[in-house]
Structure formats: structure tokens, C-alpha cells
Design a protein around this ligand. Structure first.
Ligand code: BDR
Ligand code: CA
Length: 314
């Protein structure tokens, strides 16, 4: 059983990762924390609350709003990818549950300190909250059971600049703090999503035909992503970086190859802000600080999602 804290910039695929954690018999979601990233901050909070209500878990999982801005940088949100509401322009009604008054950073510190060695942190957003928590109480670095993040790229193109993946680009300074905190996280980079985490047009139509509310939700929250990918990337597909990360958390066998590597992020130059470097040959002579996922089983990942769509549980 994984007891999870999920840090999210809730839009599009983040909602599916959240739904997976809510619907898994192998996970108990202890808290959701919200980090600036994909879209307007307050809308991200509403999206997390809506997804919790959609899963029939209203009032059972607290949502803590956190950093509304990266540590040092300005950034641009991506409503053009996820829709104005971050839910594929579904404009769902407001959930009954309201966010907690406590700040996400304090919630993380308190939860980890009262459950040392017990909690798995899943980061599917820029890393501002966790970086601030590590600065406020560095001792928490050694108190997670495990730590997974979706972010960076391993020898692959960026998706927001030629050099950088979005989560690392939004807050490279926070990513740097996390990488050098002693946490030893597991990394799921953008290339894993591009190789194994795409749903193509035909598959999407099949999902829609399943006709359950979970299948419809998946289709709806990713609708705008499909339009974006068709128009801007020339492929009829949607990308699932956050949900493939959650699949790895819920079933380790989804990650079929991992390697310990030294990983660094560029927070100095402007042109390569957020660029991620995985020292494949160990030429820097530095101790590995990250377990990098190199390959994943697309079949295992998609089977898990199809189970969610058909049976409403995983
Ligand atoms: C990451 O950025 C966000 O847009 C997605 O939710 C994902 O976490 C991919 O680069
Ligand atoms: Ca995300």
C-alpha cells in the first residue's frame, strides 16, 4: 500500500494521475498539494477538488494550496494546451469540498514528520512546494519512503523550449534544490511519455466508446490537448506524462529499465533554462543522485488505464 502525497498543477493529464491514485486499491492518497504551473492557480485548485468529487471521495482527501509563483522566475501558463479551465474547456461545476487553510509547504513538512519513512511523494508539477519544504526543514529529505517526479528530459527534446521540459523550465531553481537535497528521487522524463505515454486518435475513439464516466472524463479533460497536438505537433494523439508516472508508482513493473545517474538542471543560462542533463557516462565523476527511468511498458500502463475506464477501479 502506497500512502501518497501528490503535488500537482492540476490540468489535463494531472487529473488522470490524481484519479488513478484515488481509485487504486494499492494507494491511499493522504494529501494533494497544488503548485503553480499549467494554468491559473485557483483554477488548478478547483480542478483537484472536482476530480476528488468525481471519484466519490469528496471530503476525504485534503487539498492544500501552495506556491502561486516559482521561486525566482516568471513563467507562462499553458491554457492553450489544456483549455481555459485546464479541463479541455469542460467547465465542470464547482466542487463542494473547499481547499484547506494551511499552506502546502507546512502540510508537507507536518505529514512527513509525523509519518517518517511511510510516505511516497509524487511530483507531477514544477517543484516549488517541495523545494520550499526542503529549505524550511531539510531533515524531511531522509524521511520519505520514496519520491517520484515527472520532469526533465533524458537526451531528448524539450517541450516548452528546445532545451527544456515544462516542469523543470517553470522552476529550475526549485528543481536544483530537490536534485541536490539528498532525496534520491526516481525520474520519469518527458522522453518516457513521448515513447510510451501517448494515446493516439484511434485509441482515444476506443476509449470514448467504452462509455463509462471515467472513460468520458479522460476524453474530456484531454480534448484540448488533442487539438493542440494535432495543430502544433502534427500528430493525432494526447500525451500522458503524469499518468504514466503514477502508473509506475502504483506498479513498479511499469518501469522496465532504470539506472542510477547524476542529474543536473541548468538554472544559470536563459536559452537553456531548465535543461536537464543526465550524466550517462559518469564523466563528471559525481555520485548518482537520481534513479532515472529509461524504459517503460506501454502495455502495462495502458492496461491499467483501460481497467480504470472499464471497471472504475485499478
Ligand atoms: C509536464 O508539464 C505539464 O504541462 C504536464 O502536466 C506535465 O506535468 C510535462 O512537461
Ligand atoms: Ca503536471
Amino acid at each position: 500500500m502506497e500512502r501518497i502525497i501528490l503535488d500537482t498543477d492540476t490540468a489535463g493529464d494531472d487529473n488522470i494521475a490524481l484519479l488513478m491514485a484515488l481509485k487504486s486499491s494499492k494507494a491511499r492518497l493522504e494529501a494533494v498539494t497544488i503548485n503553480c504551473g499549467n494554468i491559473n492557480f485557483d483554477q488548478q485548485v478547483e480542478n483537484a477538488l472536482y476530480t476528488i468529487e468525481f471519484a466519490g471521495m469528496s471530503g476525504k482527501v485534503p487539498v492544500y494550496p501552495g506556491a502561486r509563483h516559482p521561486l525566482l522566475r516568471d513563467w507562462r501558463t499553458v491554457e492553450n494546451i489544456h483549455g481555459k479551465d485546464g479541463m479541455g474547456n469542460s467547465f465542470f461545476p464547482k466542487a463542494k469540498q473547499r481547499p484547506e487553510p494551511k499552506h502546502a509547504v507546512d502540510a508537507i513538512i507536518e505529514l512527513v514528520n509525523s509519518n517518517p519513512g511511510e510516505l511516497t511523494f509524487v511530483e507531477i508539477a514544477p517543484m516549488t512546494n517541495i523545494a520550499l519544504a526542503l529549505r524550511k526543514d531539510p531533515s524531511i529529505a531522509k524521511k520519505f519512503k520514496s519520491f517520484y517526479f515527472m520532469g526533465g528530459t533524458n537526451q531528448y527534446l524539450g517541450n516548452v523550449t528546445p532545451a527544456a521540459e515544462f516542469n523543470f523550465w517553470v522552476d529550475p531553481d526549485a528543481a536544483k534544490i530537490v536534485l541536490h537535497s539528498g532525496l534520491k528521487p526516481t525520474m520519469v522524463g518527458w522522453e518516457i511519455c513521448m515513447r510510451h505515454g501517448l494515446f493516439f486518435g484511434e485509441e482515444l475513439e476506443k476509449v470514448r466508446d467504452i462509455g463509462t464516466k471515467e472513460a468520458e472524463f479522460f476524453y474530456a479533460v484531454n480534448r484540448q490537448v488533442r487539438t493542440f497536438m494535432r495543430r502544433e505537433r502534427g500528430i493525432d494523439a494526447i500525451s500522458c506524462p503524469d499518468s504514466i508516472t503514477m502508473a509506475i508508482v502504483l506498479d513498479r513493473k511499469v518501469a522496465t529499465s532504470t539506472k542510477n545517474r547524476f542529474v543536473e538542471v541548468d538554472n544559470e543560462s536563459e536559452i537553456s533554462r531548465g535543461a536537464c542533463y543526465v550524466d550517462e557516462y559518469g564523466v563528471l565523476g559525481k555520485k548518482p543522485n537520481v534513479k532515472v527511468v529509461y524504459e517503460a511498458s506501454e502495455k502495462r500502463f495502458k492496461d491499467m488505464l483501460y481497467r480504470l475506464f472499464r471497471e472504475g477501479r485499478i
